[in-house]
Each structure stands twice: as C-alpha cells, then as structure tokens.
Design a protein around this ligand. Structure first.
Ligand code: ADP
Ligand code: MG
Length: 375
C-alpha cells in the first residue's frame, strides 16, 4: 500500500491481549469474570491522511491491507477486515467526526489462541480514532461498541469480558467484573514465588464457529426451563444448584451439564477472589483444576491438546494448578508454576507435547498489566 512509504504516525496505541484467571463463558450468562490484560499486545500507528472519507488499514501480521470508504462500510468476505469495519460502523452510529486515516497494525499476540487478539484489534482501533478525531467516547462506550462490532460484523455472540479487560485493566491487578451491572473492582494479585505461565497448544479455535453460539443457546434453553418454576430468574447468574437440580428432569443431559458448569464456574470466581485475598495459593491452583474439569467434561469446550497439558501439569508438584483459558477448543493453558521450576516444567511439557502431538508448543510468562494506552 502506498501510504506505507515514509509513514510517520501521529499516534501509537498499545492494545493488550488478556488472560482470564477464572470465570469462563460466564460473561454472556451475566455472571462474574476475573480477567486481566497482559503485556502481549497489538500496536496501532495512526495518521490522519487529509481525505474526508478514504482510509487505509494494513496488518503487518498478515502482510496485507485494505482501503475503506467511510460512506460505504459493509461486511467483508475477509474475516479480519470485519473487526475493523464493524468498529467503524458502530462509531459512525455515534458520531460523524471520523475522517480519512492511515493505520498500521502490528502484533506480538498470538491470534486465535484464547488471548483475545480480536478484542485487542477492535478496542485499539476505537481508542485510537477516539484520540485523533476527538470523538469524546468514554472507555465503556468503546468497550461496548467493540463488543457489538464483533456480534454484527464477525458473527460471534461474545460477552463483554474480552473488550472490558483489554481496555480497563490495571497492572498488578485482575478485574472482578459483574457482567450484568458492569460494576467492577480491581483486585490485587500477587502470586510470588509463583508465576503465570502460558502454554500455547498452537491448536486454533475459531470463536465465530458455531460452537460458541451453540453454547450460548444451550444456556438460554436451560434458563427457559428453570424460569417455569422461578419466574424471577433472568440468566444463569440467578440460578443456584438447588434450582438447577429441580429442573434437571426437564432438561436434556447436555443442557443440564452446560448449566451446571456455569453455575459452579460463577461461584468459583468469588472463591478465587477470596483465595487471592487470603493469599491461599494452593486454593488458587485447586480452583483452576476444578474449572478445567468442568470446561472439559460439562461445557465440552476443551480439546485433547489442552487436556493433555493440564493433565501433564498435575504430575509436577511445583505447579499449583492449570486450566485452558479463553473461549475454548485449544489456545493457551494457564499454569501457576513455582519460579524455580519454570524452566524444567516448560521444557518437559514441550517434549511430552511434541512426542504426543508432533507440535512444538510455545511457553511464556505473562504478568497482569495495564489496559489500552497511547505510547
Ligand atoms: P482470539 O481473540 O482468542 O485471538 P478470535 O478467533 O476471537 O481469537 O480472533 C482472532 C481473529 O482476529 C483472527 O483470525 C483475525 O481475523 C483477527 N486478528 C487478530 N490479530 C490480528 C492482526 N494482528 N492482524 C489482523 N487481524 C487480526
Ligand atoms: Mg476473540
């Protein structure tokens, strides 16, 4: 693309990925989540180009770009373009202040690995345009319009967690977010002498694939059945194990298992907050293992590769807990590993994984980091 020659950005935005310590698939069930941004991020370099409506966006990651006419925003056949177009479409509903711009996207965030490169892409664009065109959008508006963009242009009926974590995180904290009221609290996290180590299975899920949306529908089916006896229930967030058991006979085993996972997973978020407050790291680890068991057996969004790595970690006394993080079907497992054992653990896991699947996994430490910012 022509603009790449002699490109001098006027604004650079860092838009981070995220991990979720606990609370998987609870966001679209209006429950609690406990995510934080990580240092791995997408950077956006922006420059106004003087035109009224012509924009150029280039992804270094994919070594490809496209032109956009702001008067003709429509869904593209090319998946990644829809994250950009969806955000522009949502912004155009709120303001007409956006003008032509050029933008380069670079990333050190693995895509499709459960670290939410999609939300980083949406929110980084919204954040940058808000700055250079002085749109006056609040952080929460940027979070919400990015989520809507993913629903309408990409077709993933995602909850609000990923965008919220990418924008609102603070270094050294996880966010306890109530996905119904959107009230949130930063909870300090200090796992010393343990570290958070991600093992990337390199098996890619695609959240836009039908499974994510199917899970959402199954949860809604469960709620509809429970509502017959409990009219005040609005989502699985309002359901306890007793209510669920009372409705069990009317549910298919699959719907029951999905609901059972969400009800317990939601409780685990609050248990995790307590364990962090008490500095009970053994308990932190146990909660992760219980969660993975549910992810795998009840919610069925794991895969042999993630299960293998979580099981493998159980043989190492220096690992307190592990689970698959993110929407599912691969991506990364999150492991709480003693600092003295990180190298031994990651090299043993790499070897065992290679022997089992013939895939070279990627291991890296992540730290709870701050949200989207200009750099
Ligand atoms: P995750 O959010 O866990 O990374 P998703 O499937 O939700 O997985 O989103 C990944 C998609 O986001 C990619 O397939 C691509 O379309 C888009 N994407 C992420 N990072 C980039 C990038 N650097 N350049 C272009 N598109 C990207
Ligand atoms: Mg995503």
């Amino acid at each position: 693309m022509q603009f790449l020659e002699n490109f001098k950005p006027e604004l650079v935005i860092s838009s981070p990925g995220r991990i979720n310590l606990i609370g998987e698939h609870t966001d679209y069930n209006m429950g609690y989540v406990l995510p934080t941004a990580i240092e791995n991020n997408i950077t956006f370099s922006f420059k106004k180009n003087g035109s009224d409506d012509q924009c150029n966006v280039y992804s270094k990651t994919y070594d490809t770009g496209f032109e956009i006419d702001l008067n003709k925003i429509a869904v593209s056949k090319i998946e990644w373009e829809n994250y950009i177009l969806g955000v522009l479409n949502e912004i155009s509903k709120r303001t007409d202040k956006v003008r032509g711009f050029d933008c380069i996207v670079e990333s050190n965030l693995p895509t499709g690995s459960g670290l939410s490169s999609s939300a980083a892409l949406e929110c980084g664009l919204a954040f940058g345009l808000n700055e250079i065109f002085e749109l006056g959008l609040s952080k929460l508006e940027m979070v919400q319009l990015s989520q809507t963009a993913e629903h309408t242009y990409v077709g993933t009926q995602c909850g609000i967690m990923d965008q919220f974590a990418s924008v609102m995180s603070e270094a050294g904290n996880v966010i306890l977010l109530d996905c119904r009221s959107l009230e949130y609290k930063h909870i300090p996290i200090d796992l010393h002498p343990y570290k958070i180590i991600l093992l990337n299975t390199k098996v890619s899920h695609n959240l836009a694939s039908s499974e994510y949306n199917t899970r959402k529908q199954e949860c809604e089916q469960g709620v509809a059945i429970i509502q017959k006896k409990n009219p005040n229930v609005k989502s699985l967030r309002d359901v306890d194990e007793e209510m669920l058991l009372a409705a069990k006979e009317e549910m298919s085993p699959v719907v029951y298992n999905r609901c059972s996972f969400i009800v317990k997973e939601n409780d685990r978020v609050l248990e995790m907050v307590e364990a962090l407050k008490q500095n009970d790291l053994e308990e932190v680890g146990q909660i992760l293992y219980k969660a993975h068991d549910g992810i795998s057996k009840e919610y069925e969004v794991s895969c042999p590769e993630s299960d293998f790595l979580v099981d493998f970690s159980k043989d190492n006394a220096q690992v307190l807990g592990a689970r698959q993080t993110g929407g599912g079907f691969g991506g990364c497992t999150l492991n709480i590993v003693h600092e003295s054992a990180v190298e031994d653990f990651t090299s043993a896991a790499t070897k065992a994984y290679k022997d089992e699947f013939d895939i070279t996994l990627e291991a890296f430490e992540v730290r709870p980091s701050g949200g989207t910012t200009a750099i």
